[in-house]
Structure formats: C-alpha cells, structure tokens
Design a protein around this ligand. Structure first.
Ligand code: N01
Length: 539
C-alpha cells in the first residue's frame, strides 16, 4: 500500500516487540531491545522522530530542564560529542539532537512514521498482542510497549461558534511546520499555562495586538536562560559520568542546588536574600531555596509573598499584578518558567483579559466574545493543554485479558505496578507515565531507567523460557496505594491541575505520577528485578 502523502509502510507483521512512539522513550527502547537481539517495530503518527518535540513547534517552545541534563547518558561518546548552545534548549535544538541520535544509532529503519496505533488486543491463546494501525495493518508482537508521552494528547475544548471564525487558528501542541506570520495581526491566546507563557512574549514582539485570555493565573519565575559558556560545558564534560551520578542520586534525577533548610530556619532578611539568590538561578530550581515550600502551608505562603513582591517590581500596573496572582499554593501546579512573561504586560500592544468564572463565551466570525466583550481577532492560538498522563494511553483501544479495556481498568484513575506494568494487560509496558516519577523527574533519564529495566526483564524471560508476565492484583494494589500515599503527603495534590486530571471533564481525580522520589523508585524497581520479579507472575 502506498500513499504519496505518507512515508512507506515497512515490511513485516510479526515482531518480538511493537513500541508506540518515537520520542525519547521509544527510541531508547528500540536501541536497547535491538542490541539484545529482539525484533522491534516502532510506530509513530508523526513524519519524524521527536515525540513532544516534533509537535510543539510554537514560538518560544523550550525545555525547563537544563540541556546538559535533558539528554541521554547511555553513550559517553554521544554526550561528549553533542554541543548544547543554551542552558535551556529550544525546541529546534532538541529536535536536532533527537534526529542526530536516531541517525547515529541507525534507529530510523525500524520506525514506521505517519501511522497511528488505533487498537491493541491481547490474544490469550497465542500469548501475544495484535496491534492495529490506521493504515490497515495488524502487527503481532509478544510485547506491546507504550512510549506515548505524558503530555501528548492535546485538549482543545469545543467553543460555540468555533467553525465560523474567518481568521487563522492554531494549537500550540500541534503547531505547523511552516512559519506562522504574526506581523500586523490581532492575536488572541487562550490559556496561560507553560505553552502560552513561552509563546506570548515572542508573539507580542511581532503582532499588532495580543489578547491573553486568562481563566486561572499561574506562578511564573524567570527561567534565566542564557548561552552556555565553553568553560561550564568543559567542566561538566570533564566528568560527565560523575555529574550524572550526582543527579541520579537526587530526588528528581536532575541536579540543582537544594537547601535542606526550612523557610523558618532563617530570619526575614536572610530568607529574602536566599529567595533573591534563587530568583537569579531561576526556573524549577527556584523551589530548591528551602526544603518545605512544597510541604508546609506557612512556608508556601512566605514563598508566595516573595514571588508577589518580585512581580510587583516588574509589572507597572498594580491592578494587573492583582489579576496575575494565583490564589493557590505555590508550586502546586507545575511551576512555569518564563522569559519576559510579566514584562510583556507593560507593552501597549498586550491586553490581559480576565475570564475567571465566565470563560470564553463563544467564538465568532470576527473573533471571540469573553466576559461580555467582543474582541476582533485575525488569529486565535489555543494553548489549552493536554489530557495528561493517561490520555495518550486511553485514547488507544487497548484490550487486555477477558476483554477488559484500559478505559474500564482505569475508570477510577491509573493503577499500575511500579508504573511500568498493568495487571490484566500481560506483556505490556507503559513507559514514563502514570505511577512512575515520569513528569517529576527528567523524562530522558526515566526513559533510560525504564528501557534498561524492561530490557533485563525480557532477557530474563527469554533465558528462563517464560512467555508471559502479568503483575499480580495484590502487587498492583500495593504500588497504587504507595503512589497515593506519596501524593497525599505533598501540597501538589491540593489544587486543580493536569497532575490530578482536573483539566479534563469527567476524568477521575488522582495524582498520577509517583512523587515519592527518584532514588526510592529506582530502588523499588531494582528490588523487583533482584527478587526474580516478585510482583509479576511469569509463565
Ligand atoms: O497546558 P496547561 P500547557 N477557556 O494545562 C486554559 C509542559 N510544558 O500546554 O487553568 C479558557 O498548563 C487553562 O485554564 P485553567 C509543562 O509540564 C512545558 O500550557 O484550566 N481557558 C490553562 O490556562 C506544562 O505544565 C513547557 O483555568 C482554558 C491553559 O488553557 C504542561 O506541559 C512548555 C480553557 C492550559 O494550560 C502543560 O502546559 C509547554 C477554556 N475553555 C508545556 N481550557 C516547558 O516550559 C483550558 N484553558 C518545558
């Protein structure tokens, strides 16, 4: 079958493993399994590698983990030879890096692009998965491996009148490959999450006018992005392994300076000086100023007071500072890292439209109506987020044992054994997702740890003549309770956010990633392997 618009369908329909997704996770999984002599086919809906970094091409898209850490560490040669330009890499640089990895390790020949997996069904008699694609194929594989990403199922609410809009419409999470021209245009941006926070200031530099429609404000700290100096790169590369090992030993698997002190261990002047120091460091490491910002209400309030004082120094209009101030815990949602975000509101061509409580009423032919006011627009940018953690999994019709679907299984929230496996869904792995540190750790490091663990399990099964694994319901219940316990101990479960699924109507509220820390998580995975895979039934 050929389709001139799409890349070719690769030959073969039977593999040891089918992997869904050609982002950081899927590529590493392919590399590991191929090296171990397993046959693998990776399927991806995009026309190239990169996953998240393939699709999110909006202006300003950038990672909030430092580039020297948001990269693979499995190959010393790779990490020595690649040159990152900035402290935080921009989307084109990350995509160039992933493409380089795919080429360097000859991965692309096993990836079928422009193809979506629509369904996967466990065949109990054959002891394998039947994987169906939107191009009419059915692939059969002993193992079915999901590397579909935590933030890859876009959410775009349906607004009344949407189809009538005569201007241009874009969504940050599926941004076109061709450049978008904002010059002289009136642009409306719906949403103020990380995507809009990155895109807004750059769009405002070009557009005639930008209207930012804010339903719920977010805390933003300056990213303090800058070019990397040759000296700091050389310093890390002189002992990259040692640098990675230090990061691995930390709670989030990425290295930043954390003070193991309470906000209240310091007097007010010292406290402010510490916050100042961390404001200059910027980005997610700001949370490392004290050890109790995310765990103690009073400490959190002190942090908010400091943040507000800094924003008030930037934004000229005090009424805007008021509107931009969230009324929830600091760091409960993922902290946003921005460049020039608050400064943007001092521009004459930027208007913050507060749609709290009312939302966007309707889209019209000429723009939109919000809070009773009509806005004339040439372009609407939807920065409305994702069905995070589980959406990319449950949007595929996955059917496990006894005809039970993943939607039924996760009707009350995700249930997993160590994040990686799901009882009743034999020989299936769900990588870097719910039940593992995933979005709370460096995703790339998580992808490598998962890939290695899966590779060892498959080795073990091959060596011991086992064909099928399935986590026991007891082991899964125990781990799911541990994920909940860890979440409940953190302030992060308190507010509405994509972490708990509250941004998607009807989604059960559950804090999906494991927040118990990277080292305990890795220890748990290692213990399971060392015990001969206690918790998994192997047949
Ligand atoms: O999505 P979001 P995002 N009417 O869910 C609003 C990662 N990421 O794509 O809060 C009006 O945060 C919604 O409002 P509300 C990062 O982990 C990282 O920006 O529901 N508004 C909210 O303001 C991040 O956390 C980077 O009231 C509506 C916005 O849309 C995660 O991805 C960059 C609406 C969605 O914000 C998600 O970020 C980008 C409606 N009907 C993304 N529906 C880095 O910096 C939704 N909204 C690395």
């Amino acid at each position: 079958m050929t389709d001139p618009q799409k890349s070719e369908i690769l030959p073969g329909d039977r593999f040891d493993a089918v992997v869904v997704g050609a982002g950081f996770t899927g590529l590493y999984m392919l590399h590991v399994l191929r090296q171990k002599g397993f046959t693998v086919r990776v399927i991806d809906g995009a026309s190239g590698v990169g996953g998240t970094w393939y699709w999110n091409r909006y202006p300003g898209a950038r990672c909030d983990i430092e580039s020297m850490q948001y990269s693979y560490q499995f190959s010393e040669e790779l990490q020595q030879e690649w040159e990152w330009k900035e402290r935080y890499a921009a989307q084109p640089d990350i995509l160039a890096y992933i493409e380089h990895v795919a080429e360097r390790f000859d991965l692309t020949r096993d990836i079928q692009f422009d193809t979506r997996v629509e369904a996967a069904t466990w065949d109990e008699d054959a002891g394998e998965w039947a994987v169906e694609t939107d191009r009419g194929q059915t692939l059969r594989a002993q193992y079915f491996i999901m590397g579909v990403g935590c933030l890859s199922a876009p959410v775009k609410p349906t607004f009344e009148g949407e189809d009538t809009f005569a201007g241009e419409s874009y969504q940050t999470s599926v941004w076109p490959r061709e450049p978008v021209d904002f010059k002289g245009k009136r642009v409306g941006i719906i949403g103020v999450g990380s995507s809009a926070i990155q895109a807004g200031p750059l769009i405002a530099e070009e557009a005639a006018h930008v209207y930012i429609y804010q339903r719920t404000p977010n805390y933003v700290v300056p990213s303090q992005n800058r070019p990397l100096s040759p000296e700091e790169v050389a310093d890390i590369k002189s002992d990259y392994r040692g640098f990675r090992a230090k990061a691995y030993a930390g709670l989030t698997a990425f290295l930043f300076q954390r003070h193991d002190q309470s906000v209240f261990d310091l007097d007010p002047d010292e406290r402010r000086a510490r916050f100042d120091e961390y404001w200059e460091i910027g980005g997610l490491p700001f949370l490392g100023a004290f050890n109790d910002i995310l765990f103690d209400d009073d400490a959190n309030r002190e942090c908010i007071a400091y943040w507000r004082s800094r924003v008030a120094e930037i934004v000229d209009d005090p009424a805007l500072v008021e509107l931009l101030t969230p009324d929830e815990e600091f760091g409960c949602k993922r902290l946003c890292s921005g460049t020039g975000y608050y400064e943007m509101f001092n521009r004459d061509n930027v208007t913050l439209v507060d749609v709290r409580g009312t939302g966007i009423e309707r889209i019209t032919e000429t723009g939109l109506t919000a809070a009773g006011v009509d806005y004339d627009l040439d372009m609407i940018v939807y920065a409305t987020g994702f069905d995070a953690m589980t959406g990319s999994v449950t949007r595929i019709a996955i059917t496990g044992r006894d005809g039970r679907t993943i939607q039924q299984k996760w009707a009350e929230g995700p249930k997993t054994f160590i994040g990686l496996t799901i009882s009743g869904f034999p020989n299936m792995f769900n990588m870097v997702s719910a039940g593992s540190p995933s979005v709370l750790a460096t995703m790339v490091t998580c992808a490598e740890q998962h890939g290695d663990w899966v590779g060892e399990l498959l080795d073990h099964m091959r060596a011991t003549g086992k064909r099928v694994f399935d986590p026991t319901p007891e082991a899964e219940a125990e781990w799911t309770a541990e994920v909940k316990r860890a979440g409940d101990a953190s302030l992060r479960t308190k507010c509405d956010s994509w972490y708990v699924g509250s941004n998607v109507e009807g989604k059960p509220r559950a804090f999906a990633p494991y927040i118990g820390g990277w080292p305990p998580y890795v220890q748990k995975c290692d213990d399971v392997a060392a015990s001969g895979y206690k918790g998994l039934e192997l047949k």
